[in-house]
Design a binder for this molecule. Structure first.
Ligand SMILES: N[C@@H](CCC(=O)N[C@@H](CS)C(=O)NCC(=O)O)C(=O)O
Length: 215
């Protein structure tokens, strides 16, 4: 089987979602850095991999994918027998897992990505943080985390007793926000706080951070 290839940036949250998944599965892969500072993601040959000009993109033999969550789902199914299971075989359990993957993508991600942009990436690029946007998205994220607090008080992970893709998809944005004042929103909710500490300390995630530090 062809070695999977991830095109992306070690500083990209969406790229790190895919890389964390490959580490959880223990799959050897090739990393092809995309120089986003020079706009390589908006030009060929990258646009042939993702016409929307966003990282990551993924290749395995003749299979070409983009959208980080679609890529992690492919990896979890294709390499079901390797490493951490990440998905369930039973349809009902898988349906619950699908619910929480949707929650991450449509409830958690919009607010947390806006906060990461304002509080982590804008300062990194010398841009000014917009306080009103921060306030609005903190309020949105708080409401989402109230739901998580209730869910995690009855179940160790979002989709049940096991760490799955539903949890993994949160890692890049949680990690980013833990270095900002937004961390108080996670830490003030005891079950959310325990869940964050647990998932952030996974060896696969440590490997992602190690690679980032070396860059
Ligand atoms: N929904 C996409 C989002 C990808 C995305 O937003 N990537 C960012 C980096 S984390 C990017 O390429 N930004 C540059 C741009 O949008 O021009 C995914 O999950 O793969």
């Amino acid at each position: 089987m062809a070695v999977p290839k991830v095109h992306g940036s070690v500083f990209s949250t969406a790229t790190n979602r895919v890389v964390a998944c490959l580490h959880e599965k223990g799959i050897a892969f090739e990393f092809s850095p995309v120089d986003m500072r020079s706009g390589a993601h908006k030009k060929e040959p990258f646009l042939s991999l993702n016409p929307f000009g966003q990282v990551p993109a993924f290749e395995e033999g003749d299979l070409k994918l983009f959208e980080s969550r679609a890529i992690t789902k492919y990896i979890a199914h294709e390499y079901q027998e390797s490493g951490t299971e990440l998905i369930y075989k039973e349809p009902k359990k898988m349906a619950i897992l699908a619910v929480w993957m949707e929650v991450e993508a449509h409830q958690f991600d919009p607010a947390s990505s806006a906060l990461a942009w304002e509080l982590v990436f804008k300062p990194m690029f010398g841009m000014t943080t917009d306080a009103a946007t921060v306030e609005q998205n903190e309020a949105k994220l708080s409401k989402v985390l109230d739901v998580y607090e209730a869910r995690l008080s009855e179940s160790k992970y979002l989709a049940g007793d096991c760490f799955t893709l539903a949890d993994l998809h949160h890692l890049p944005n949680i990690n980013c926000l833990m270095g900002t004042p937004v961390k108080k929103l996670f830490e003030s909710r005891p079950h959310v706080n325990a869940w964050c500490s647990d998932i952030l300390s996974r060896p696969a995630w440590s490997k992602v951070l190690e690679t980032q530090k070396q860059s």
